[in-house]
Design a protein around this ligand. Structure first.
Ligand code: BTN
Length: 252
């Protein structure tokens, strides 16, 4: 794998094949690895997605996990989902032709022309005093291929007009954008990240469907609150905060 040049914050560890870059980053975290450790693999044999799902991980796409040790409580650490999503959206936009239709789907999917090109899996462990011990931000970006059997439309960067995109190039763009937004979040907190996320969000104010573990809710996408919850307007003036679930945009 060609090694991308990355900002000094990162320590890149590359693998031809691994079970899951998130698992490896968690093993390294438990062994005391420093913030900035970045695990990259050309292929994963047990890639994992959100909510217990798998993540198809053939060669040609990007699989990467970053270890962080932010000095904050778990509630604030969840905001890093949105830091990573904004950074990925900006990285993807920079690699696609000008004017490409890039958007974010709550909480942290990147869409191109309404189809998913990238997903993020954030995992964390707290110390006894409830401060964050370690946090792993895992990102997968479809570059050369995308899965066909998904409950939502999926796409890849090459299909969307970036024929020369490589995992090394996407990793570099993501790492640079992430670091800039991470530093903004560390210095100024969530408001600037939230504002940028909302500017990129798909479906704000529109009818949406949220599939939870046991029920499906329908309403309008009202807002993103300070904790990163989606505020669902239920139609009778009531707002319901959604902290976990899958968002769908019903065809009208
Ligand atoms: C999602 O379900 O949208 C999240 C997908 C996250 C996939 C990435 S690929 C790199 C890292 N390692 C994993 O096993 N998962 C994440």
């Amino acid at each position: 794998m060609a090694t991308p040049e990355l900002p000094a914050f990162y320590r890149l560890l590359s693998h031809e094949q691994i079970d899951s870059t998130n698992e490896e980053a968690k093993r390294l975290a438990a062994a005391g690895a420093a913030a900035g450790t970045l695990v990259w693999a050309a292929e994963q044999t047990a890639g994992r997605g959100r909510r217990g799902r798998g993540w198809s991980s053939p060669p040609g796409n990007l699989y990467v996990s970053l270890l962080l040790r932010p000095a904050c409580a778990p509630a604030q650490a969840c905001q890093l989902n949105f830091v990573a999503a904004v950074a990925l959206a900006e990285a993807v936009s920079a690699l696609l032709p000008a004017g490409a239709e890039v958007a974010l789907k709550w909480p942290n999917d990147v869409l191109v022309r309404g189809a998913k090109v990238s997903g993020i899996l954030l995992e964390a462990s707290a110390a006894l005093d409830r401060s964050i011990d370690w946090l792993v931000v895992g990102a997968g970006v479809n570059i050369a291929s995308h899965p066909a059997d998904t409950p939502y439309p999926a796409t890849s960067l090459r299909r969307e007009g970036a024929p020369d995109a490589t995992a090394a190039g996407v990793l570099r763009a993501f790492a640079e954008s992430f670091l800039a937004w991470y530093e903004t979040w560390c210095a100024q907190g969530f408001p600037p990240v939230r504002a940028r996320w909302l500017a990129l969000a798909r479906g704000l104010g529109e009818p949406i469907e949220v599939r939870l573990e046991r029920e499906t809710l329908r309403g309008r996408f009202g807002d993103l609150d300070e904790s990163g919850a989606l505020m669902l307007d239920m139609g009778d003036g009531a707002r319901r905060p959604i902290t976990t679930g899958d968002l769908f945009f019903p065809r009208l």
